[in-house]
Design a protein around this ligand. Structure first.
Ligand SMILES: O=C(O)CCC(=O)C(=O)O
Length: 296
């Protein structure tokens, strides 16, 4: 496993020449280089901190009380995105249990950037309920990447039968790779881009979780989720947080360009060509401060 990971990192490592991309690194990395992905804090145990530094994710069992995950009205849809303005759903993003961990990665100025409640439907037999392996940073034109973290909470038992998360540990140490629509026979959901030329033999770890279990993960961590082979819907809720000191990059000419263009097209289709669209501004509009302040 260690050898295999070394080979993968050779392919994706930051500063390599395979893909030339904008800097995704941290402005806060400790000078001695001991910690790059976490900040000094009193929340994480030394073991938890070391685990995240090495693997790019951390599962906290039973973090969110079950009564805080009782949302109604989501049965008819497969995904609710950008619920920052819905106070009931947003209450998840502001849960002290969650935010105390988030601060270990973002620092004290915490902004909710991207929110999602996924109600993964039973697969219709075309494997379309899979989520291709990807890095979330593909969607985010803000930096530094190391001050972004996703909190993803299981709203029920989630396992390999109903499509749990799958991660490739250690890949957060790599760089942002180009993403495209995977060429899957049954098709793929809109805007579910996957890593171009993804090598499926990368050593993956499945993350079965119980209701309330929460995984925190880095935006460069390669991950996805499996097919829902059951008859029921599979529910999870997540929030991507960034530091309020983040800065925004121009997506033009970067690997973000294809997703920025795709979203731009959606905006044009819906509102007409006169409505101006900027990828970075879109994220600023979606954002909502959870703690401290945002500098934009
Ligand atoms: O919840 C899932 O099935 C996958 C979610 C995911 O990969 C993401 O939000 O980036």
């Amino acid at each position: 496993m260690a050898e295999r990971l070394k080979t993968i990192l050779g392919h994706v490592q930051r500063g390599g020449t395979e893909v030339s991309l904008q800097d995704t690194g941290s402005a806060y990395a400790s000078p001695g280089g001991k910690y790059s992905y976490t900040l000094d804090n009193t929340k994480l145990t030394p073991e938890q901190r070391k685990f995240y530094e090495e693997n790019g994710y951390l599962v906290i069992k039973n973090l969110v009380p079950k009564d805080k995950l009782r949302f109604t009205g989501e049965k008819a849809v497969t995904k609710i995105q950008q619920f920052n303005l819905d106070d009931v759903l947003f209450s998840y993003c502001a849960l002290p249990e969650v935010v105390e961990y988030v601060e270990c990665f973002t620092g004290p100025d915490i902004v909710s950037m991207h929110t999602m409640l996924i109600n993964k439907p039973p697969d219709p037999g075309m494997k379309t309920s899979r989520h291709p392996m990807h890095q979330d940073l593909h969607y985010f034109p803000f930096r530094p990447a190391d001050r972004i973290v996703c909190s993803w909470t299981a709203m029920q038992t989630i396992n390999r039968e109903n499509g749990c998360l799958v991660v490739v540990p250690g890949t957060h140490k790599g760089k942002l790779l180009p993403h495209v629509y995977p060429e899957w026979e049954g098709g793929v959901n809109k805007m579910y881009h996957g890593i171009q030329n993804y090598d499926p033999s990368y050593p993956r770890v499945h993350l079965p979780m119980d209701e309330g279990d929460t995984v925190f993960f880095h935006p460069l961590l390669i991950h996805g989720s499996g097919m829902n082979k059951t008859d029921g819907f599979r529910k999870s809720i997540s929030c991507h947080y960034a530091s309020g000191k983040s800065t925004f990059i121009d997506a033009k000419g970067t690997t973000h360009q294809n997703i920025a263009d795709e979203i731009s097209q959606v905006v044009t289709n819906r509102y007409g060509p006169d409505v101006t669209y900027d990828f970075g501004d879109m994220w600023k509009t979606f954002s909502r401060v959870v703690k401290g302040k945002a500098d934009w």
